[in-house]
Ligand binder design. Structure first.
Ligand code: SAH
Length: 366
């Protein structure tokens, strides 16, 4: 099974996984400029460590119109942020954000990409006539040398599932600390995580209770594991039972790396009588430096994105009446062994008419 088929998703669609490259074979990064030859040498073993080398994952991101069009609008409608500026594109992929910036009149764009896609980005930049404005640098942000001491703008699409999975935010903060000029711009500069609660009997049956009786056999030991793994999937707006609360907002232009680990309290108020099977997390990002504030949400009431939502199943079914509240807290931390994984601790309690419960559950995005 490849990383792109992991269990963050109930469906079989291609996954975006902003993988780190620490475990990858370093020889993958050696290859020179000879794109066609290099690309033909890539095998499934390389993709296992480096799914961003394959165009499929970039196709999925580019076709996520909510995502890509938002970045395009931010750049084209706010040229004052980019025109005559030195821009650093952190994790350039196909180079799309660099191309937007070049078109908006950037003085120069440094497009840094560590996967094999860097070779392709260079080819794309050339065939679109931007070779003298965009310099593609192949390597990890943490390891490359920029030919200039400071940049005016850092742009990046670093967000992972559950916002923080894959931990590319650290790479952006590293670049900001090292190269961003005082008073420079980070795009986007705000990211917020939200929580709500849903009715989801049908899917919980399919994904969790399923293991109780598999062709007549008890596989409930897998059920205990399954429930600890948040599921990345699309939630229907009709499933939402409570209001939605912001857990945390981060200012990418100011925050420290440690700020992405936190404990946040929440209080969700039921908007109807129903059963609750899961809590659902989602995020939004904002570009507050724009003339008019811009951004997008990955919430269940917004147009779907490839990030979908992240569903955390509860061990109990909560029977809740309109107006009753689920109170609790969520602790989010990088996993110590694998910093790309996210550990989640959820405390929740309901002291309702039909249901009194207080519980702690642990989850891990891996
Ligand atoms: N900017 C592109 C791609 C976004 S996906 C777009 O918007 O379509 C994030 C990209 O960052 C991937 O291509 C991945 O290979 C790259 N990346 C992740 N960590 C990196 C690092 N430490 N240094 C350089 N590139 C990195």
């Amino acid at each position: 099974m490849t990383r792109t088929e992991n269990n963050h998703n109930g469906s079989d669609e291609t996954q975006k996984t902003k993988l780190s490259f620490e475990d990858a074979d370093e020889s993958m990064y050696d290859g020179g400029d000879n794109n066609a030859d290099v690309a033909d040498d890539i095998t499934s073993a390389d993709y296992y460590f480096d799914s961003y080398s394959h165009f499929g994952i970039h196709e999925e991101m580019l076709k996520d119109v909510v995502r890509t069009k938002c970045y395009q609008d931010v750049i084209y409608k706010n040229k004052f942020l980019i025109k005559d500026k030195i821009v650093l594109d952190v994790g350039a992929g196909t180079g799309i954000l660099s191309l937007f910036c070049a078109k908006a009149g950037a003085a120069h764009v440094y497009a840094v990409e560590c996967s094999q896609m860097a070779d392709t980005a260079r080819e794309i930049v050339k065939s679109n006539g931007f070779s003298d404005v965009i310099t593609v640098l192949k390597g990890k942000i943490e390891e490359i040398k920029l030919p200039i001491p400071k940049v005016d703008v850092i742009i990046s699409e670093w967000m992972g599932y559950f916002l923080l999975y894959e931990n590319m935010l650290d790479t952006v903060l590293y670049a900001r600390n090292k190269w961003l000029v005082d008073g420079g711009t980070v795009l986007p500069d705000k990211a917020s995580l939200y929580l709500t609660a849903i009715e989801d009997a049908h899917y919980k049956d399919d994904k969790v209770e399923f293991w109780d009786d598999v062709y007549g056999f008890d596989m409930s030991c897998i059920k205990r594991k399954a429930i600890t793994e948040p599921l990345v999937d699309t939630v229907d707006g009709n499933q939402i039972v409570t209001d939605s609360k912001m857990l945390k907002t981060m200012d990418i232009s100011k925050m420290a790396s440690g700020d992405a680990s936190f404990t946040a309290p929440f209080k969700l108020v039921a908007q109807r009588n129903d059963h609750i099977h899961a809590l659902v997390a989602y995020f939004d990002v904002a570009f507050t430096m724009c003339h008019k504030k811009m951004g997008f949400s990955t919430g269940p009431k917004s147009r779907a994105t490839h990030w979908k939502q992240t569903v955390l199943y509860l061990e109990d079914v909560l029977t809740i009446c309109e107006g009753e509240t689920i109170t609790g807290s969520m602790t989010i931390a990088q996993n110590k062994k694998n910093p790309r994984d996210v550990d989640i601790k959820l405390n929740y309690s309901l002291n309702g008419q039909h249901c009194k419960i207080s519980r702690t559950q642990l989850y891990r995005m891996r």
